[in-house]
Design a protein around this ligand. Structure first.
Ligand code: PLP
Length: 474
């Protein structure tokens, strides 16, 4: 593509995206296609001759869009938000345009240094301990996902515990890790990938608010030690996936400090709330942690992928992940004066992901971000009040931020029917979970364009659907 054509089609593409965002609320939120439908609409083989850009764009409209679930719709309330914003999209576009590969400091110094600085800014905003700064013993890095962040934390813990032997010799099967029954499944997956074994993850019971029971954690650690095992790692979640439960960081931290465990906090979605000072208290006990992660790609207006991960002692992480073949040797690395982020992650290559985060932070400013986050929390509180006031429905877990877990007081079957009816209609997209063995509806608020009118509409559709299903005798 010539530079001139790129300029022309690039403008068209930006217009297309702007139009899409303007009318995204009009599409059925959950894609209505059947499995295989999109694939069947595409040719069996790649085109032999190049095609016009217009033809490609036409197929985006006709063939791709029907198979898109509209995560940016203000009617999207499923799973967790994956909100984006103009500055984030443009920052990502710039990253693609520059096309740099930031595996080493020397392969593009700005790619490393912007990332280091932006993560230091965020560590300040979140009130993380000084040790997490690049200027002290730690530092931050952008991972693709929270799953990668937890895997890296686990690998560093495993290596630290073994005196740097496990990378070379493998694990003996005696190292155990701890989380709650509500912890995200990425930790269980990481246990397998790290060679520690999924069976060596202890899922500790939770209290009535679905938060990890620290007393039970201490008991389990004692039992494991008595059985000759080596407790090495514990994870607390700030905002669990199912219900947004808040594990007691200080209580877990004290146990980890006394027992010498690596302590990781996974704040994937809800960490974003902590950039508002009124939520800093949620970090009580954060001084006990060894690593921390949260995903701007969930609720901080930064499009996927962007998961911020900090360690208090970067040497522990680098010891676990560094490998330096001849072809990557360079003066800057040898000088020890730079960060080579390839040593802070599983893959070698990395994009200039910090650009979109830098754009977002600069465009909104801290106050702008706080404004939008508080607005989402306020909308969630409003919805929780409506649910509480409706005798047909009940709230089944505390709703501290932007997620409400609730159910119709009828059967699980009825709740499932409500969910299916709403999602099939394309008017709304919600998901579910199970809490105390009950089928529970989850409604998450966090899309960049969700306003009060959308939440009012969502609640009206939910109550109308429930009423209709009941009078219909279904
Ligand atoms: N941790 C928590 C608490 C989550 O809610 C999620 C996603 O829902 C994850 C981790 C995994 O996120 P990612 O897709 O970034 O790996």
């Amino acid at each position: 593509m010539s530079v001139e054509d790129f300029r022309r089609y690039g403008k068209e593409m930006i217009d297309w995206i702007a139009d899409y965002h303007e009318k995204v609320d009009r599409y059925p939120v959950l894609s209505q296609v059947k499995p295989g439908e999109i694939e069947a609409s595409l040719p069996d083989a790649a085109p032999v001759q190049g095609e016009d850009f217009e033809a490609i764009l036409r197929d985006v409209d006709e063939k791709i869009l029907p198979g898109v679930t509209h995560w940016q719709s203000p009617h999207f309330h499923a799973y967790f938000p994956a909100n984006t914003s103009g500055p984030a999209i443009l920052g990502d576009l710039l990253s693609a345009g520059l096309g740099v590969q930031g595996m080493l400091w020397s392969t593009s110094p700005a790619c490393t240094e912007v990332e280091t600085r932006v993560l230091d800014w965020l560590a300040d905003l979140l009130g993380l301990p000084d040790r997490y700064r690049s200027t002290a013993s730690g530092g931050g890095v952008i991972q693709d996902t929270a799953s990668s962040a937890i895997l890296c934390a686990l690998l560093a813990a495993r290596e630290r515990d073994s005196g740097l032997r496990t990378n070379r010799e493998g694990c003996g099967g005696s190292q155990v890790a701890y989380c709650s029954t509500q912890t995200h499944s990425s930790l269980e997956k990481a246990m397998g990938i790290a060679g520690l074994g999924r069976a060596n993850l202890r899922q500790i019971e939770v209290d009535e608010h679905f938060a990890l029971d620290a007393g039970k954690l201490a008991e389990q650690i004692r039992a494991d030690k008595a059985a000759g095992l080596r407790p090495i790692f514990a994870c607390a979640t700030l905002g669990t996936t199912s219900s947004n439960a808040l594990d007691p960081i200080a209580d877990i931290g004290r146990i980890c400090a006394a027992e010498g465990l690596w302590f990781h906090v996974d704040a994937a979605m809800s960490g974003t709330a902590v950039i508002c000072p009124e939520y800093h208290y949620l970090h009580d006990g954060i001084e006990y942690t060894d690593s921390y992660s949260f995903n701007p790609h969930k609720w901080m207006f930064t499009n996927f992928d962007c998961s911020c991960f900090w360690v208090a002692d970067r040497a522990a992480l680098i010891n676990a992940l560094s490998i330096l073949p001849e072809y990557l040797l360079n003066e800057a690395t040898a000088s020890g004066a730079v960060f080579d982020y390839r040593d802070w992650q599983v893959p070698l290559g990395r994009r200039f992901r910090a650009l979109k985060l830098w754009f977002v932070l600069r465009y909104y400013g801290v106050e702008g971000l706080q404004y939008h986050i508080r607005r989402h929390i306020e909308l969630t509180r409003q919805l929780a009040e409506w649910i509480e006031a409706d005798e047909q429905f009940e709230i089944v877990a505390p709703a501290p931020f932007n997620l409400v877990c609730f159910r119709h007081r009828g059967s699980d079957e009825l709740n499932k029917r409500i969910l299916d009816e709403l999602n099939d209609s394309g008017d709304l997209f919600l998901t579910h979970t199970k809490l105390n063995d009950l089928f529970v509806l989850r409604l998450c608020i966090g899309q960049s364009r969700t306003e009060l009118e959308h939440v009012e509409r969502a609640w009206r559709l939910i109550t109308e659907t429930a009423r209709w299903l009941r009078t219909d005798g279904r």
